[in-house]
Design a protein around this ligand. Structure first.
Ligand SMILES: Cc1cc2nc3c(=O)[nH]c(=O)nc-3n(C[C@H](O)[C@H](O)[C@H](O)COP(=O)(O)OP(=O)(O)OC[C@H]3O[C@@H](n4cnc5c(N)ncnc54)[C@H](O)[C@@H]3O)c2cc1C
Length: 468
């Protein structure tokens, strides 16, 4: 049986982030990944005549200097493609038409997005009471504070854009913990917002924050996990190894994986699981609460057209569809406008999202059906006048974990498991936040915890002998 100091299961962004920091901290680490690629849901493909297509996440948004330093350390910081002004214009569907989201309070006053009654209703926000210590749904929180129109027309599409979720089932305490506790403390959203603005103004100076950037890479986002895997070393990242179970045996963990149709056993002192929560439930005994964390399925449909065949100027990020509009798609991103460098000059690349918590079955539609659905969206809103020159569908059965009511109790099971089983560390989008930067940061947390817990138990590993 092969023995390793630390085994990381899952080579998504969380697992790679943990493994890289551990490797750099001098720990001997092995990554086991079921798929034949690294990156998890971050997957990019080069399509001749179209460009680079991202099949999972499309953009990363961050202002975190540590993330940019990390890119520097991988030698890919200079490659990043930052979305320019186009990234700022976002649209939502309102009564069957695309309406631009306002950028500022005066623009909101002028916008047709909210009725006059709904705009006046906003003024009464500070008078609405708080529900301190009580969880409520994202939809209820915003409806109570800002009115039904804001909840339906602004919050709903935002939540489907990030979570592919249903705001009436998502837990405010789990999805927006800072906002919920901040408003409970301050007494209103307005007072909380003003206090934050004052705080960030006072904090300006030496550690002044740079503005958040929305970015990708010329070959797509997978450039990042591939660079991380290369820095860890190919011999330490085993692809095609599906982990079946993990159990404690004395002071070691025994991990059983399947590769090339055979079962292989590995042992390690510290085990880091970064797989989706239901997979943790299958691998470990006593993790049934984690197995219950729901995921919404999403299909991404990628259609490329000749530029001349799409009438709309596509000056912006794309659009989202609030549930009240009863569209079949969740939204459409105008990738060739955001990152023109990634797409051939005479082509337009549009990525349509289908499914989510409210229409899960749609994500499993036939390929032709999904392409027709996306084409119909583009024809209706964007004036696509001819069929696409390229069509590609990716279905993600477990796309995004849903932080629904009870999520914090389910996640507390991870704390209990870690306390009960020494050498176990759990993380991933179900625990650390669903955005790619949250998962990257979650991987760093895992690495810090392994290093802190095992400082005295593991012999230091001489990286100069094993750089591969
Ligand atoms: C369609 C889509 C669009 C998104 N858009 C954005 C976006 O624009 N911006 C953004 O910030 N975030 C976005 N997200 C969210 C973000 O991409 C994910 O939350 C994040 O990448 C998850 O990373 P992870 O490492 O936790 O999990 P995963 O990426 O799911 O990685 C888990 C890994 O574990 C492996 N695995 C599973 N079972 C086993 C097993 N038994 N043995 C070994 N390995 C196993 C899997 O193959 C996978 O590689 C999107 C997600 C999806 C699906």
């Amino acid at each position: 049986m092969e023995r390793h100091d630390v085994i990381v299961v899952g080579a998504g962004i969380t697992g790679l982030s943990a493994a890289l920091d551990l490797h750099r901290a001098g720990r001997e680490v092995l990554v086991l990944e079921a798929d034949t690629n690294v990156g998890g849901v971050i997957r990019s493909e080069a399509v001749p005549g179209v460009g680079a297509i991202d099949l999972g996440p499309q953009t990363v948004r961050s202002a975190d200097p540590a993330l940019f330093e990390h890119f520097d350390s991988l030698g890919i910081e200079g490659e990043r493609l930052v979305a320019g002004a186009q990234g700022k214009s976002r649209y939502v569907v309102l009564d069957g038409e695309l309406v631009e989201l306002p950028h500022s309070p005066p623009a909101l006053v002028a916008s047709p997005l909210l009725s006059m009654g709904a705009k006046l209703r906003l003024l009464s926000e500070p008078l609405r009471g708080t529900r301190k210590g009580e969880d409520e749904s994202v939809r209820d929180f915003f409806t109570r504070r800002l009115g039904a129109e804001v909840a339906e027309r602004l919050v709903d599409p935002f939540v489907s854009g990030v979570y592919a979720g249903d705001p009436s089932r998502l837990s405010m305490e789990a999805v927006f913990p800072e906002l919920k506790s901040g408003v409970d403390e301050a007494g209103s959203l307005l007072r909380w917002g003003l206090a934050r603005m004052r705080g960030s103004n006072r904090g300006s100076g030496a550690e002044e924050k740079r503005p958040a950037e929305l970015f990708s890479f010329p070959d797509g986002l997978a450039r990042w996990p591939r660079a991380m895997a290369a820095a860890i070393g190919s011999s330490r990242v085993r692809l095609g190894h599906r982990t079946l179970s993990a159990r404690r045996d004395g002071s070691d963990w025994i991990v059983t994986a399947e590769a090339d149709g055979e079962r292989r056993a590995f042992s390690c002192g510290r085990l880091v699981l970064t797989v989706p929560a239901p997979v943790v439930g299958e691998m470990l005994e006593g993790a049934s609460g984690l197995a219950d964390i729901p995921y919404s399925p999403v299909a991404t449909v990628h259609l490329a057209y000749d530029r001349a065949d799409v009438a709309h100027p596509l000056a912006g990020f794309g659009y989202l569809c609030p549930a009240r509009e009863r569209r079949e798609a969740l939204g459409v991103l105008w990738i060739s406008s955001l990152f023109p460098e990634r797409v051939e000059a005479d082509r337009v690349l549009l990525t349509t999202f289908v499914g989510g918590a409210r229409q899960p079955d749609r994500a499993f539609g036939g390929e032709g059906e999904l392409v027709d659905l996306a084409y119909e969206e583009h024809r209706h809103f964007l004036g696509a006048g001819a069929r696409p020159v390229h069509a590609q569908v990716q279905r993600w059965e477990r796309a995004i974990p849903q932080y629904e009511f009870g999520h914090l109790e389910r996640v507390a099971e991870a704390d209990r498991l870690e306390a009960a089983h020494s050498g176990l560390h759990l993380g991933g989008a179900w625990r650390d936040g669903v955005s790619v930067p949250d998962c990257w940061e979650g991987g760093r947390r895992l690495a810090r915890e392994v290093v802190a817990a095992g400082a005295e138990e593991a012999p230091q590993y001489d990286q100069t002998q094993s750089r591969g």
